[in-house]
Ligand binder design. Structure first.
Ligand SMILES: C[S@@+](CC[C@H](N)C(=O)[O-])C[C@H]1O[C@@H](n2cnc3c(N)ncnc32)[C@H](O)[C@@H]1O
Length: 582
């Protein structure tokens, strides 16, 4: 279990149920200053860390690295998997020795239930049930753990007020108790309380590629309160969580994180926060600011051009004026009210939860979003949800159908017109991921452009061939001639190398070697640089990285990086319209 790391302290008193005026209870405070991007603390001995229920049998339960494809089930319980003996041993001594037998019993019971129903499959243990079992089984061995859990906020009174949720909790607690041999009424009551504590304090753990993958509870990190424009962010790698400053933090400042997706409209954020039993009164909620307005308040926008600090952060929107004063905010004719945005979000809400989206049903969802979001499209507020989701769906659609040239268009648009306003901090993981989408699309898109077609006729012939015969006859893969023109004219190697360089230097400090997008960037860049014909480009990008404010290098960046991205991005709205109307 973690102690309070250096540089942090917990202040305040635990809130009492029904306390008036409402109290936010304890909070996490900085005892020294932290610069944006700096790691504040690592939490490597959490109370709980586990993959989500369905992933327990397919992802290594110790390193939780989704890239490990070959995993083997524990021969004892046959419920949890490991990528190798080292992870299995480490997990055994850290967690699994207390849960293996109980999981075995849970698996046998699920198998029995499935066998009684023709065609049924064995259901994985739900994440909260396994989390609760792990907690109860650890208690039996350590009074310290029980005392630490008891100190956590439970919000029990608020959960009780929601009968449907409370019934779910009772069922989950009963299931966990059964496999932990906790049978008395008192024990079940204690288990429900513990479950409330898990729900109030657990983080949805995202894997390095930003997919949801399990739960994480640390008793110190759990003291961090929420804000919709937080000054810190939590990332995960393996068994650990990393707290990183997003804004400048001074000694004595409260450290805040966001419990929810802060890009949503206020009504949706407030709905998501109801589970935590408080009404957020942060400046963004108070004044109902959209993502563009919130970005204006961000103290880190300047990082995009300020390379004087010890760590340089790069952006594909380096113009501070564009960020501080985006043209969309000046367009009074197309003003969209927060109420309109909330109505659009509510109308399309189901789309985001629809699992079938991942199975190639993006086009239907995109058409709905396109129709619903017309006021936002007219106002060019692409970073406002749910419109931003449309851009990401277009991107996914292009991956699905293999149109990498159009993928490059949507990825560039997303990185320039969506991400920087949703995530003003240039080193935000989503921003890094967005740059990676462009970098990965480049070589695939360039394969569509023959290396030796200097003549306009040859280019024309190539275009025709692409839209007529062979595998490219699929209309979904036909490349718009305007996109081809940009691809044919750009220095793709420089763009590729510059993006990978940005990714590597914007990545989370402290655990970058464990963060797969950075790892991928490193491997791709090394491969590129190893080619003798790339020597000159390598030198140019190194020179730019070393002195990005040198006027000559600013020009290099403008011409070789920004210009092609700007030209590709400019085509996105039109391509999107064609896509949904096809
Ligand atoms: C993970 S705990 C954070 C630590 C908590 N303050 C404590 O004393 O244990 C989450 C709970 O803290 C409180 N909380 C967090 N952020 C808050 C905020 N911005 N305003 C009011 N209460 C907040 C809510 O009670 C919430 O359920």
């Amino acid at each position: 279990m973690s102690s309070v790391p250096a540089g942090l302290e917990i202040r305040g008193e635990k809130a009492r149920p029904g306390q008036l005026p409402a109290s936010r209870g304890r909070g996490l405070f900085a005892t020294r200053s932290f610069a944006p991007g700096q790691e504040i603390a690592v939490f490597s001995k959490p109370l709980l860390v586990l993959p989500s229920g369905p992933d327990a049998a397919t992802v290594c339960n110790y390193c939780l690295d989704p890239r490990r494809e070959s995993v083997k089930l524990c021969t004892g319980c046959r419920v949890v998997a490991y990528c190798g003996p080292a992870c299995q041993r480490a997990h055994w001594s850290r967690f699994h020795k207390v849960e293996c037998k109980a999981l075995q019993a849970a698996f046998a019971s699920a198998a029995e239930t499935a066998a009684a129903m023709p065609g049924a499959v064995v259901q994985p243990l739900p994440t909260p049930v396994r989390a609760l079992m792990l907690l109860l089984l650890q208690w039996a061995r350590s009074p310290d753990i029980r005392a630490a859990v008891d100190r956590l906020e439970s919000n029990t009174h608020a959960f009780i007020a929601n009968p449907q949720l409370w019934d779910d909790f009772k069922m989950q607690a009963a299931a966990a108790c059964k496999f932990c041999s906790w049978f008395s009424e008192e024990q079940i009551k204690t288990a429900i309380e513990a479950l409330c504590r898990i729900h109030t304090n657990a983080f949805d753990r995202f894997d390095p590629d930003l997919f949801l993958s399990g739960s994480f509870v640390d008793v110190t990190l759990a003291m961090a309160n929420h804000a919709c424009m937080p000054n810190a962010v939590v990332g995960f790698a393996g068994q650990a969580a990393y707290l990183r400053a997003q804004h400048p933090i001074a000694a004595g400042d409260e450290i805040t994180i966001s419990y929810i997706d802060w890009t949503k409209p206020r009504a949706e954020r407030q709905k998501a926060l109801r589970l935590y039993n408080f009404q957020c009164s942060c400046p963004r909620c108070r004044d109902d600011l959209d993502v563009y307005q919130a970005a204006q308040l961000s103290p880190v926008l300047a990082l995009n051009t300020d390379w004087s600090s010890s760590q340089k952060f790069f952006s594909v929107v380096p113009s501070l004026d564009l960020l501080r004063n985006p043209p969309v905010l000046r367009d009074a004719a197309h003003n969209v009210t927060p109420q309109q945005v909330e109505a659009m979000y509510a109308t399309t809400y189901e789309l985001f939860r629809d699992a079938t989206l991942e199975n190639g049903n993006q086009l239907g969802a995109m058409r709905t979003l396109y129709a619903t979001c017309q006021p936002l499209i007219k106002a060019k507020r692409w970073a406002v949800e749910p419109l931003a989701q449309l851009v990401r769906l277009a991107l996914l659609y292009c991956i699905d159908v293999g149109n990498y040239a159009h993928l490059l268009v949507f990825a560039s648009f997303n990185a320039q017109h969506v991400d920087p306003y949703q995530f003003p901090v240039p080193f935000a993981s989503w921003r890094t991921k967005g740059l990676m989408n462009i970098a990965k699309a480049i070589p695939h898109a360039m394969m569509l452009v023959m290396a030796d077609i200097p003549l306009p006729q040859a280019a024309q012939a190539a275009r025709e061939a692409r839209s007529l015969g062979g595998p490219r006859a699929d209309p979904r893969r036909v490349v718009d001639p305007r996109v081809l023109e940009v691809l044919e004219s750009m220095t793709d190697g420089c763009l590729f190398a510059a993006l990978l360089t940005m990714i590597m230097h914007n990545g989370p400090l402290g655990h970058s070697e464990r963060w797969s997008p950075l790892d991928n960037a490193r491997v791709l860049l090394a491969g590129f640089q190893a080619e003798p014909q790339h020597e000159a480009m390598k030198e140019l990008i190194d020179d730019w990285y070393n002195d990005p404010s040198d006027p000559e290098m600013v020009e290099v960046f403008d011409e070789l990086i920004l210009e092609p991205l700007n030209r590709l991005s400019a085509l996105a709205p039109d391509l999107l319209e064609k896509l949904v109307k096809q």
